[in-house]
Design a protein around this ligand. Structure first.
Ligand code: M6R
Length: 613
């Protein structure tokens, strides 16, 4: 949840750290700090608030030094404050650390420090790491040996960097359940929690494995595995550019990412779908590695995910059940990990995750594997943790998603899950070839349809003018649009702070309709499909209670008088309509957020990747 950068090399460390933190700000932004080492003295600053405030602090003085560490925080232990911001120093100020994660045995560690008379300066669990490293060094160990001795004492998760005042060319790092990469330059080494932080300087990256410890200097990087053995890890060449991870002329990352959807959907769909000489669509998932016989052997699917990814999983439930005739449960990972699900060797578990680092999803998946399931995942980040826990993976090709509110990751997740449902239906012989082919031809055209859908932006902006200050919203959809309604409501809550509920339209009359009055915007999904007439009838019930209806409807579709505002989207088959209908949901939340003068990229209390339980 926090962002970490470290540098050791020949450049001034400060600009590298500040630039890196700016690219990691999506990981947490309640406070930030940097520290460099120069002439055996640590110099730096910490600020509560965004990186821009930290940067301002260096307008009149700039610490020198070619080694440094930096951190942008998403608070877990202790509120955002100067004292709780990282880096943290040991009592004698000989060691400095930055840490992402949670030390679960921190009470026990704290007690040990208190008994030895160490007074903690912060309320964080992280600060203790610096004190323990000091002790280990006082016992005669250099920084890397100190870290190796200390790590086995921790329980929980960590991506951490440490530097010592008397070891001016060394940064050490450790990773467990928290992402960490090493960037290799010419006589310089970078460490960071994500690639965008260092992409300005190098494209050569090592993704660390769980339990790895790193000993880095400008010209050499040694990696030790959890048994302390020196290991080689492969070096990856990053293919995407920093420009892809920047705003590209848009006012916000969220808007840029919404607008990228035609392209990333094309990249994702065409990574797996090809048409042969006879025009038949062929699906191939190269990293899935499940033979057809294995796919045929499953008698149940369990999908595990959180937030927006869970909504993508819910869409997949409808499609897999229909095309592959397999029962599907779509579970919130945070619940699944503590449940007692019925798992057999014939259960396929699919984790859906943009970041590949979500703690609940990872732990749910590991538990399902322990119970005997075959586990695969849909993931957007190469080298992240969750694919490593799986027997197969289908990557979405959405590129870096920076805005906290997930947009392009969602539609690409739904797209690959749709392809997977079709593939499964074909392999199991439960989906007629004619229907499969028609769906694949439509998927091939989908990026163009999504481009056309983005044309509803002006209509959405108008609607947003009217409803940006409503106290509550309701989103209604049925069948494949029940998840669309949930996703619309989540987007709005996240970035506008307006209370919103997503509901199956047919369920309204069982309670929530009591909420409806003439101050209550109801966003309803009206696209062609099996439940269209049913949703129309449900809207009549809202109209009778003076609710204000905003219809997201298929172009050209006649709706009756009930509707006050319409947003039109192109016609698709029912199966593909969730991808297209997601676009106005994203745009509506975006415009309302901007109208309310909220930064949609960095909504309060949230972080992009939730690596804590
Ligand atoms: O990285 P993941 O897909 O595993 O993240 C899951 C959720 O935390 C994420 O989708 C969250 O709900 C988004 N902020 C929603 O916009």
């Amino acid at each position: 949840m926090c962002g970490i950068v470290g540098y050791v090399g020949h450049r001034g460390a400060l600009p590298v750290l500040i630039n890196g933190l700016k690219h990691l700000e999506y990981r947490g932004y309640d406070s930030a700090g940097v520290l460099t080492l120069h002439n055996s003295v640590f110099e730096g600053e910490k600020k509560v608030g965004k990186i821009a405030l930290l940067e301002q602090a260096f307008q009149h003085w700039q610490p020198a030094g070619t080694l440094g560490i930096g951190h942008t925080r998403w608070a877990t232990h202790g509120p955002p404050s100067h004292a709780n911001a990282h880096p943290h120093l040991s009592a004698d100020e000989s060691v400095a650390i930055v840490h992402n994660g949670i030390l679960e045995n921190y009470l026990e560690l704290r007690h040990e420090l208190a008994q030895a008379g160490v007074e903690l300066r912060s309320e964080t669990d992280s600060e203790m790491i610096a004190h323990f490293l000091q002790w280990e060094r006082e016992a005669g160990h250099d920084l890397i040996a100190a870290l190796q001795r200390l790590v086995p004492r921790f329980e929980g998760s960590w991506g951490l960097l440490a530097v010592a005042r008397d070891e001016p060319h060394r940064i050490v790092a450790a990773r467990k359940d928290s992402p960490m990469i090493v960037g290799l330059g010419e006589n310089e080494t970078f460490l960071a929690s994500d690639v965008p932080a260092i992409l300005e300087y190098t494209r050569r990256v090592i993704y660390l494995e769980e339990g790895d410890i790193v000993d880095a200097n400008p010209s050499d990087v040694r990696i030790l595995d959890r048994e302390g053995r020196e290991v080689e890890r492969s070096v990856h060449e990053i293919q995407w550019s920093l420009e892809k991870a920047q705003k590209g002329g848009e006012p916000h990352f969220m808007r840029k990412e919404i607008k990228e959807q035609p392209q990333v959907l094309a990249d994702t769909i065409h990574a797996y779908l090809r048409f042969d000489d006879t025009g038949v669509g062929r699906i191939n998932f190269p990293d899935l590695t499940l033979a057809d016989a294995t796919l045929q052997s499953f008698d149940r699917v369990v999908i595990a995910a959180c937030g927006t990814a869970w909504h993508a999983g819910l869409v997949a439930k409808y499609l897999i059940e229909e095309f592959a005739r397999l029962p599907v449960e779509c579970q919130l990972a945070s619940e699944l990990r503590y449940a007692e699900p019925i798992i057999t060797p014939n259960t396929l578990v699919i984790a859906v995750t943009q970041s590949g680092e979500t703690e609940d999803t990872k732990k749910a998946l590991i538990r399902m594997r322990e119970l005997g399931a075959t586990a695969v995942c849909v993931c957007n980040v190469l080298g992240s943790s969750i694919p490593r826990e799986c027997e197969g993976v289908i990557y979405t090709v959405a590129g870096p998603e920076i805005a906290v509110a997930s947009t392009k990751a969602y539609t690409t997740q739904v797209a690959v899950l749709t392809l997977f449902a079709i593939h499964l239906g074909r392999v199991r012989g439960t989906l007629e070839e004619e229907r499969a082919s028609a769906l694949l031809r439509e998927l091939d055209e989908l990026p163009a349809v999504v481009r056309e859908t983005l044309g509803c932006d002006a209509q959405v902006e108008e609607v947003a003018k009217y409803c940006s200050f409503a106290p509550n919203f309701m989103y209604l959809g049925r069948h494949v649009h029940f998840p669309t309604a949930l996703e619309g409501a989540l987007k709005l809550k996240e970035i506008t702070y307006i209370h919103a509920e997503g509901y199956p339209a047919g369920e309204m009359k069982h309670g929530p309709i009591a909420l409806v009055d003439n101050t209550f915007p109801v966003v309803a999904m009206l696209t062609k499909g099996r439940v269209l007439s049913k949703v129309m009838s449900n809207l009549k019930e809202i109209e009778a209670r003076n609710g204000i209806i905003i219809a997201v409807k298929t172009k050209g579709l006649e709706v009756n008088g009930a509707v006050q505002y319409t947003i039109e989207i192109p016609e698709t088959s029912e199966a593909l309509s969730p991808i297209v209908a997601a676009i106005p949901m994203q745009l509506l939340a975006y415009h309302v957020s901007v109208n309310r003068q909220i930064d949609p990229d960095k909504p309060r209390n949230l972080a992009k990747s939730v690596t804590v339980e």
